[in-house]
Design a protein around this ligand. Structure first.
Ligand code: NAP
Length: 246
């Protein structure tokens, strides 16, 4: 039986485990998907020696930490600077190798594209963590200008206090790449001025639990188009499976 799995620090409710376990059962695939919690990314070496996984997903906080352990990096993952999928293979020298990919960008881009309108030329990325790297990369590929918004103004970005009516009118695509609003703190929402959200805005939340977040609800109340992170999550899992099996 093949072993696939997810590595991370704390893995309580895993979408991936449910997704792959159901997929294997439904399609009669002789494989299992396990959760591998580890105190540091270094645990990957021991995991490989003990479990010989056929493919791994990587989540918070190891998407950057695993990069030095890769024998090869896919071009997209290298440009993003984060890995969420590891493929294992034997090189021409017969040695066991690891190659890192990023499928968050695939999941995000495929779910965003159908919602884009001609006026969605500029985006605000809320948060500057690991996920924001894949989002920024995706926007560059789509030709959408973006600015980061964070509590400290890093990455030459704005702080939440900078979000005036003028800024909000200019940036009609707003992507929440922070965990604000995630279960159980479902009443919280990123601190943007919702009174300036209009019907031209598209509010995309990477948060997928709950499926309708307060960020989305406040956007809907202002007539905006909104999107949950669930489709992105599904899309990145499907893309990982394709990478492991090609
Ligand atoms: N749907 C999907 O497929 C998918 C994929 C990847 C990630 N995600 C979700 O996306 C979210 C971000 O993931 P990540 O890996 O980037 O997490 P992360 O590395 O922990 O970064 C989160 C960022 O959010 C901001 N932040 C954290 N707490 C905040 C608070 N209380 N108020 C305002 N901002 C806060 C921080 O930005 P500043 O300090 O700069 O303000 C931080 O850089 C998570 O909820 C994750 O589950 C979803």
């Amino acid at each position: 039986m093949k072993t696939y799995g997810l590595i991370g620090k704390v893995l309580v409710h895993s979408f991936s485990k449910k997704f792959f376990t159901e997929k294997f059962a439904k399609e009669g695939i002789d494989a299992q998907y396990e959760l591998f919690e580890m105190p540091s990314a270094e645990g990957l070496r021991q995991l490989i020696a003990e479990k010989h996984p056929s493919g791994l997903n990587v989540t918070i906080p190891y998407k950057l930490d695993v990069i030095p352990m890769m024998d090869q990096l896919d071009e997209t993952a290298a440009e993003i600077g984060a890995v969420n999928t590891i493929k294992f293979f034997y090189g021409e020298d017969g040695a066991y190798k690891l190659m890192g990919f990023n499928t968050d960008t695939i999941g995000f881009t495929n779910s965003l594209k159908p919602l884009l309108q001609p006026w969605h030329k500029k985006a605000l990325i809320l948060g500057t963590g690991g996920a924001s790297l894949a989002i920024a990369y995706s926007l560059r590929k789509l030709g959408i200008e973006y600015k980061y918004v964070s509590r400290s103004g890093k990455n030459e970005g704005l702080t939440y206090d900078h979000l005036t009516e003028e800024v909000m009118n200019e940036y009609t695509l707003i992507i929440n790449c922070s965990p604000v609003g995630t279960f159980p703190k479902v009443d919280e929402a990123p601190a943007i001025p919702y009174q300036f959200v209009t019907g031209k805005h598209l509010l995309y939340d990477l948060v997928y639990n709950p499926e309708v977040t307060t960020f989305m609800r406040l956007g809907l109340q202002r007539g905006a188009t909104v999107k949950s992170g669930l489709e992105m999550l599904h899309g990145q899992a499907v893309a990982s499976w394709e990478i492991w099996n090609r």
